[in-house]
Design a protein around this ligand. Structure first.
Ligand SMILES: [Zn+2]
Length: 339
């Protein structure tokens, strides 16, 4: 068959396809038809690959368990932040995904805000019970009230208060536990607490022996071998120190830190360990959204967000109002006494 355009037609025309029709059609229609036919054959060729990928991804999604870890640190009795934090926590719980809520210490005390601290520690513990914390690590500030007050606050807490690297000497009992194991997202989640050696109030606690955090974590991991699928450390210590620990103890999945008032918009990664911190004073609620393979406990994907809280100045004023009331009562008593 010889086309109107001779040689050029024979190049464009497939040798066995519709020669008569093609000859009768304008040239651009033939080109379009050929492009369309190649496109269709390309799509057909890739369909099995696309289907395979969809099955694979669907399989991963089907087997992955979502787990949201909410975290705070160094709240330092800032009562004005608690309502805002509570709202954010409620919002996250309302999504229906499994949620764990942790605090990494320096929660109940602060020299810089004595009014909040004096009146606020019990209020903060009550709030933590209300919003259902799953565990907290004590910070150096939380020890400053002394052993009796620490024991009282700890006993009022509906959640485990942790610290694995301050070990009571024989005959003494600490008002905290080294670790706890929580069921979440179909896994046994081991939660270990550790504290920095910086600014520890040793004179109040001569019966506590400080142990290197990495050694303490290793000891707990050995003790709980085979009893957990996922490991979270609550560390009242800076991000850099957490990275050093994760280098020595590579089994930690998530390391929630504190003490240094750092902000980690993205998790700092050391090996498989995701290290985060949420600033201080309840300005942020940290949210680490994970997809985890429940069989291996391996994190498939992680998304970290620092959610900003709204401040409630009314709550802050309560401390001053209380102080004013007490001062007025003392002044009245003195006046009556010396009148
Ligand atoms: Zn601290």
């Amino acid at each position: 068959m010889i086309g109107r355009n001779g040689m050029r037609d024979s190049i464009l025309r497939p040798s066995t396809q519709l020669p008569n029709v093609e000859d009768r059609l304008p040239r651009y229609v033939c080109v379009l038809a050929r492009v369309a036919s190649e496109l269709v054959s390309d799509v057909v060729r890739f369909v099995p690959i696309v289907v395979f990928l969809m099955i694979l991804l669907g399989g991963v999604a089907a087997f992955a368990s979502p787990l949201t870890i909410l975290y705070t640190n160094d709240i330092h009795d800032r009562l004005g932040s608690l309502a805002g934090l509570g709202e954010l926590i409620e919002q996250e719980r309302s999504t229906g995904n499994p949620v764990l809520l942790f605090d990494s210490g320096d929660t109940w005390q602060d020299f810089r805000a004595p009014l909040c601290a004096v009146w606020g520690s019990d209020q903060t513990v009550a709030w933590m019970n209300d919003v259902k914390y799953d565990a907290m690590e004590i910070g150096n500030h939380d020890l400053y009230y002394g052993a009796d007050k620490l024991a009282e606050l700890s006993s009022k807490s509906d959640f485990p208060v942790l610290c694995a690297n301050m070990v009571p000497l024989a005959g003494h009992k600490a008002p905290f536990a080294p670790y706890t194991i929580i069921s979440a997202a179909g896994m046994r989640v081991l939660v270990i607490g550790v504290i920095t050696a910086e600014y520890l109030s040793y004179p109040d606690y001569p019966w506590l022996k400080y142990v290197d955090p990495a050694q303490a974590i290793k000891r707990v991991l050995k003790e709980t071998q085979g009893k957990h699928d996922f490991v979270i450390v609550l560390g009242h210590l800076p991000v850099a120190q957490a990275a050093q620990i994760a280098r020595v103890v590579p089994d930690i999945d998530v390391f929630l830190t504190g003490h240094s008032h750092e902000i980690t918009p993205q998790p700092v990664k050391q090996g498989k360990t995701l290290i985060v911190q949420a600033g201080a004073f309840g300005h942020y609620l940290g949210r680490l959204k994970l997809q985890i393979d429940p069989q291996s406990g391996k994190v498939i994907s992680a998304q970290n967000t620092l959610l900003e809280t709204k401040k409630n100045p009314v709550d802050l004023d309560r401390g001053y109002l209380k102080l004013f009331t007490v001062a007025a009562a003392i002044a009245t008593s003195l006046l009556l006494l010396f009148h």
